[in-house]
Design a binder for this molecule. Sequence first.
Ligand SMILES: [Fe+2]
Length: 346
Amino acid sequence: MLLVRNRMARLFEGSTGHNNHIMIFMLLLLVSISSVTAHSLYGSTPAIMHILFLPILAVAYLCGAVGGVIAGLLLGCSTALIPSNFFYDPGSATNVLVRTLCFTFLGFSAGTLSSFYRFKRDTLHFKEDAAKVLLKNVFLSFSNTVDARDGSTGKHDRRVAANAYYAGRHLGLQESELGKLYWAGLLHDIGKFGIHDSILNGERGLTKEEWDVMRKHPEIGSNILSFLPSGKSEIRKGILHHHEQWLGGGYPSGLSGEEIHVFGRIIAVVDVCDAITSPRPYKREIFIEEALNYIRQNSGVLFDPKVVDAFVGAYGDGHIATFSDRETKVFVPPMVDDSLMDILML
Ligand SMILES: [Fe+2]
């Protein structure tokens, strides 16, 4: 309910405030055009005085009610200086008084509305920021918990997230998609919550039955995130498809080619690369060049060739982090946090 209300408020107010500035500018333009038109058609002095609404509204918008009142008083009194003509006497005491009261009321009303608008906008932004921080901490807590259970690959999920982001950027994904890809990468193994420790951390080989259990983690992970809005299914699909293979034969569904969501195809490459290059008690250290050779050899077999090219390109640009970077790099690319509000929206 809160999300729907925030959504409606954003629609009304505009997420950046630009829409409001344009609307106010258009209103002021309308006032000035109608005043000049009336003056040119009828020669009416009161009409041209509508031009004075412009500075009153501008000051009220910028400075609030106090500024609006002061601007209204000053400009209302200043109309006494306008010379009289045959049809109208703008300088008479009664006219000046009435006009000053009207201008002051206009300045007060516009300033109060402006202050109210700013208060509502700031409150909304504060709530948005709080919601983003909360969601980010929930996601990071999930990731930390998975990492804690699988401690030998410290920060694996964060590297997968960041590497997926940069591979996706090299592939040409939009910034809004890259944000969601980052969070999908961070949470790709969240389904391991549902796998017993004896299977997850077993140093001996897994039996067929244990592998069958292990292969359920993409589905478990997707189900854990079922609280995400249905319209934002990319994150869940990325998690669900990250063990599918380009020619089929992966799990859980044996999808192939572009049936596999692009997030899943990207995460598959970066996940394998990080797993290969991370030390394990039962295998020697493997350097990234060797891992890249493996990935290239399986381009078009296990992995989407375009994604492989993008990943190799991102590596060439120096954006791909490995296990050895775990203490020196902050694995959060710029702009990622901006995607959180979009993820929350229905
Ligand atoms: Fe996985």
